[in-house]
Design a protein around this ligand. Sequence first.
Ligand SMILES: C[S@@+](CC[C@H](N)C(=O)[O-])C[C@H]1O[C@@H](n2cnc3c(N)ncnc32)[C@H](O)[C@@H]1O
Length: 191
Amino acid sequence: MSLAERKLFVERWIRSPLKVASVTPSGTELCRAMARAAASGPGRRVVELGPGTGPVTAALREHGTAARDLLMIELDAAFADHLSTLHPGAGVVRGDATRIQKIVHEHGWETCDSVVSGLPLIAMPLSVQARVVRGAFSVLAPDGVFVQFTYGPFAPVNPELIRRLRLKPRRHAWIARNLPPASVWTFHRLP
Ligand SMILES: C[S@@+](CC[C@H](N)C(=O)[O-])C[C@H]1O[C@@H](n2cnc3c(N)ncnc32)[C@H](O)[C@@H]1O
């Protein structure tokens, strides 16, 4: 990650601390675990929510995701502009993750294989969380996966929502060397 990216991240955090929700972009090991959890790779479509400066995006690309198979949804205009420059050919929408279904369909996709979220999801009110997660599962293929990281000890989706949407949470990885240590969780639909 470049110095300019670190600077951009801190600038946007100062401007919007609750939305950016971290003073530093995620570390490489955490981002690689996210890409593995998404089972990303050639020919698999990924929607990324809250990509920030793009460390998870970089891991997805390294894991074989082509630019045309990647759609990013980022609320912050400066991050969105930065990502458009870094990943020509990828979809970058400056918008709200709660509108995922509309954004994905307007992009011309019916479904995707994974939704990878860098959002501060668990800190969001339940109604907002519900719109994001419900929206994600409305565009995911039946065997698609929702991936979310957290610094906390529990699954980063409200338990009531997990029950209502009939999701199966699983801790995919624990990254002790991230600062702070983080877990990557996957969510699948129960059959
Ligand atoms: C904790 S940062 C994670 C950034 C990056 N994924 C990483 O791991 O370094 C959260 C990101 O989510 C974005 N964000 C917050 N709320 C959002 C929303 N409702 N829709 C889309 N993006 C949002 C922020 O602008 C920020 O880029």
